[in-house]
Design a protein around this ligand. Structure first.
Ligand code: SF4
Length: 463
């Protein structure tokens, strides 16, 4: 029987260790609970306003599934159209190729390698650790999405797909802004917003290069679509003379009709809005006579392990539209936040995507264990990704290497015992007795752990 290695044992402990630390941080838990509750209830409300929410989800799931299954031809069609419009496509097999291509674009820009780079929110850029690479080449990279700006000041990674700083309260943000400005910034939200607005406006005006993500590419028109609420994406993509957009290769739809369906669901599932405040559809660089827009438009298409996933039993994970809805309903994420996953992608989709994209990383392979398998994520997903099935498959794949001797013997004995009618009967009697004893706890004063336990649990009756 294979036993676990020291490295593996350390890895097995690592998520649990980080989770225990997060559980002790009441401030973090309050902030995460407050934000996920809000986002979750807004999502439910926004979807309930639709007469055809279920049909829309079916349509969105079908569109994403079809896009993933004919990804190569859609990408070729989009690339031909985008290039004909005057844009440049860079195909990157991995993070090194993607960051290398972007560093070259920045270095060749009129502002040179030391350019001020105004950056919009992009999970793909987090995935490739772009900021570190550009900074080491001399660029001054400034995150302009408010949440990303906050975590950049904190030196942290995003804690949530759509709300990167949701783990911080306004007092922590005031401290960060005060340290950044050298002058006291109060914890009043309008003052914090005013500080960020002033600080970021300067970055937009100074920027020689703008970098953004891509929510969807549209194959039939060669467009890229960027949705956002702060207008910073629009500034990054239209003010600097060079715009670089980074796109995970799966983020494509066939045409504008399909885009319409996806936009209808994305904002509702993400923030509970009918539509984001800004929906930018960028179809080529600035043309003669146009008032704004970049003279040079580049899109870096990142593979980063997606091609391998495309031909695996996990291909449905590539349908993800990064709405974050599964994080908000996940009982694990809601307790510990995103940093414990040690991945750009946290929550249920992070526990699925991370080991798929980083199959050789032991810390990524343990993430599928970070789930209660309650299925709430699958229920919330607007494109019907069977997240809990994928988590189970990933666990199954890893079972031979991860099961400790105790676990193996435990399951063997359990299986043996339950195959004997007498043992089954005795265990039922003991369970009934145990449940009765536990019910006594309900009559105890609601203090300490019995009180906390009783507050949110209802024991079933044993039959
Ligand atoms: S898996 Fe589904 S719910 Fe989760 S972020 Fe992706 S699209 Fe949204």
């Amino acid at each position: 029987m294979a036993s676990t290695t020291a490295t593996e044992a350390a890895t097995l402990n690592s998520f649990n260790t980080r989770a225990r630390q997060a559980l002790r941080d009441e401030r973090l838990r309050d902030a995460v609970a407050r934000s996920t509750d809000l986002l979750g209830s807004r999502r439910v409300e926004a979807l309930s306003e639709l007469a055809n929410a279920d049909e829309l989800r079916d349509a969105a799931a079908a569109i994403r599934s079809a896009s993933v299954s004919r990804l190569r031809s859609l990408l070729d069609e989009w690339s031909d159209n985008f290039t004909a419009l005057g844009g440049t496509v860079h195909w990157a097999r991995d993070a090194a190729e993607a960051t290398g291509a972007i560093a070259e674009i920045v270095a060749a820009s009129p502002a040179g390698p030391g350019a001020v780079v105004a950056k919009g929110k992009s999970m793909a850029s987090e995935e490739i650790h772009l900021n570190e690479v550009l900074a080491s080449a001399g660029a001054d990279v400034i995150e302009t999405d408010l949440g990303e700006f906050i975590i950049q000041l904190a030196g942290e990674a995003p804690s949530h797909i759509i709300a990167p700083a949701l783990h911080k309260d306004r007092f922590q943000i005031a401290d960060l802004f005060t340290a950044d400005s050298g002058q006291a910034v109060s914890a009043e939200i309008h003052e914090e917003a005013a500080y960020a607005r002033d600080r970021l406006r300067r970055a937009f005006l100074d920027a020689g290069v703008g970098i953004t993500g891509v929510n969807f590419a549209v194959a039939s028109t060669g467009s890229i679509c960027l949705v956002e609420n702060e207008g910073n994406g629009r500034m990054c993509s239209s003010l600097p003379s060079v715009h670089v957009a980074i796109m995970g290769m799966e983020r494509i739809v066939a045409d504008l009709a399909e885009l319409d369906v996806m936009l209808n669901l994305l904002a509702r599932s993400a923030t509970g809005q009918a539509l984001t405040v800004y929906t930018n559809l960028i179809t080529g660089p600035r043309r003669d006579g146009e008032a704004d827009g970049p003279e040079n438009l580049h899109v870096v298409v990142l593979d980063g392990g997606r091609s391998a996933a495309l031909h695996s039993q996990y291909s449905s994970a590539l349908s993800c539209i990064r709405c974050g809805a599964c994080l908000n309903v996940c009982p694990v994420y809601r307790q510990v936040g995103g940093h414990v996953y040690e991945s750009v992608y946290s929550g249920p989709i992070g526990a699925v995507l991370t080991p798929i994209l980083r199959p050789d990383d032991p810390s990524a392979r343990e993430l599928p264990e970070a789930s209660s398998l309650c299925g709430a994520c699958t229920e919330a997903c607007p494109v019907q990704i069977p997240l809990h099935d994928l988590l189970l498959k990933l666990r199954l794949e890893r079972a031979p290497e991860s099961a400790t001797a105790t676990r193996r013997w435990g399951f063997r004995l359990w299986s043996l015992a339950w195959s004997l009618p007498l043992v089954r009967h005795i265990s039922r009697v003991l369970t009934r007795l145990g449940l009765r004893c536990t019910r006594v706890l309900r009559r105890l004063p609601s203090r300490g752990w019995p009180g906390a336990w009783n507050k949110c649990r209802d024991l079933p009756r044993a039959r």
